[in-house]
Design a protein around this ligand. Structure first.
Ligand SMILES: *[C@@H]1O[C@H](CO)[C@@H](O)[C@H](O)[C@H]1NC(C)=O
Ligand SMILES: *[C@@H]1O[C@H](CO)[C@@H](O)[C@H](O)[C@H]1NC(C)=O
Length: 228
């Protein structure tokens, strides 16, 4: 069942939960995520040109802990049709994000690209012909250690277009990733079950401050991933 819940309602839930579990805040997640703005951060990656890319998917801190680290997230990404970059050749610049967790601006942990069917080689294909890709940031600083993974997802043009984003590429990229993720998927001996819900109110609707002047619909999709 698809639901849209407002960030205002969620904020209340998270606040109550933070208070209840405050003593455990240094340990493992007891909340789905914290709004970066509450800690002086932003739902936009800094693209170093005065603009930003939306962090439009969050993998909940209430997901199975083994998904919420670099290796675990890469294995999950492979299960839903992504791979690490073409033989380690990095074609995108690192961009920092501030998740309001006390770490300040931090570059992406990893960048993954759509894998057109054949592990590794398919990712090279994505680099050439364009496709979906995302950068990953973990909310794991001392003041908001939720463990949640924030993803900046976008659909790109080909490398000959300098990896620009297609029209509506942020919303399209998010929806494509979410469609590929929901349900049950296997990779590397793990079975993942993913549920999605949309959250509004975390980021503004429109194109102001958004890289390439591409408008966003303001929706952030929260994924909860459970390893079976
Ligand atoms: C989230 O919003 C997008 C865009 O409106 C929609 O296509 C999708 O079905 C929604 N997903 C959920 C889980 O509600
Ligand atoms: C991100 O990486 C670049 C290139 O390695 C580096 O110059 C920059 O200082 C890094 N930014 C942050 C916030 O760590």
């Amino acid at each position: 069942m698809f639901t849209t819940i407002s960030a205002v309602v969620l904020a209340g839930v998270f606040a109550a939960s933070s208070a209840a579990y405050g003593a455990l805040a240094q340990k493992r997640a007891s909340t789905a995520f914290e709004n970066p703005a509450s800690g002086g951060g932003s739902m936009f990656v800094d693209t170093l040109n005065g603009l930003g890319e939306p962090l439009n998917v969050i993998i909940s801190g209430l997901s199975s802990p083994e998904v919420l680290n670099e290796d675990g997230l890469i294995n999950y990404a492979k299960a839903i049709g992504f791979s690490t970059e073409c033989f380690g050749i990095h074609l995108g610049d690192p961009f920092p994000a501030n998740l309001g967790d006390g770490h300040g601006p931090v570059n992406q942990t990893v960048e993954l690209r759509q894998d057109f069917g054949s592990s590794g080689v398919g990712t090279c294909l994505e680099s050439l012909i364009g496709g979906n890709h995302f950068r990953v940031y973990f909310q794991n600083g001392p003041s908001a250690n939720t463990g949640a993974a924030f993803l900046a997802v976008s659909k790109e043009k080909s490398v000959s277009d300098h990896h620009d984003i297609v029209t509506d590429g942020y919303d399209i990229g998010r929806d494509a990733l979410v469609s590929a993720a929901v349900g049950t998927h296997d990779f590397g001996g793990k079975t993942y079950v993913t549920a999605a819900e949309n959250i509004t109110g975390l980021m503004a609707v429109g194109s102001q401050g958004v890289n390439h002047g591409i408008a966003v619909d303001g929706i952030v999709t929260l994924l909860t991933v459970t390893v079976q």
